[in-house]
Design a protein around this ligand. Structure first.
Ligand SMILES: [Zn+2]
Ligand SMILES: [Zn+2]
Length: 159
């Protein structure tokens, strides 16, 4: 099933519209995500994109190496600095939207929390969510849980 995801940055300079299939939404408590968000954790909304349209201003990007030796491209608005997407260099089949930038965040609920070993001490994680001390070796359980949550009869995690 194809879905459409639309959003923009904090100042409105960069807008996006991405068509595709959502794969999983999770929260990451690693130190990189804490720094990036300036907060307690980052959120990642993984999409298998069929179409990516960018409106208005051009994005800037910054690239960092991940602990597993991959290169992650981080796209952000050059005007206000809002992070919009993370992508793995050389991969076009996966884009991670920073879900707080979506126009509609009402239906979002993470299925998992990862890197809990570095979570801030006050964090309380819903029992219903998958939990990992570090990076999941296999993301298949997250994808499966996300799909379960999308069947209308079953409640999504955190809802
Ligand atoms: Zn902006
Ligand atoms: Zn992280």
């Amino acid at each position: 099933m194809s879905e459409t995801f639309e959003g923009d940055c904090q100042c409105g300079h960069c807008r996006y519209r991405i068509g595709g299939r959502s794969l999983a939404l999770f929260a990451c408590h690693c130190r990189e995500c804490q720094k990036q968000s300036g907060s307690a954790f980052g959120m990642a909304f993984w999409i298998a994109p069929s179409q990516v349209e960018l409106g208005l201003g051009e994005l800037s990007s910054w690239t960092r190496e991940t602990p597993t030796g991959r290169r992650m491209i981080c796209d952000f608005c050059p005007e206000c600095g809002t992070r919009l997407f993370h992508r793995q260099q050389g991969r076009t089949d996966l884009i991670s939207i920073k879900p707080g930038t979506l126009d509609d965040t009402s239906a979002l609920a993470p299925v998992a929390h990862i890197w809990l070993d570095s979570a801030q001490g006050w964090s309380r994680i819903g029992e219903e969510c998958l939990q990992y001390p570090g990076n999941p070796e296999d993301f298949a359980p997250l994808f499966a849980r996300w799909n379960e949550g999308r069947e209308p009869a079953k409640p999504a995690c955190g809802k």
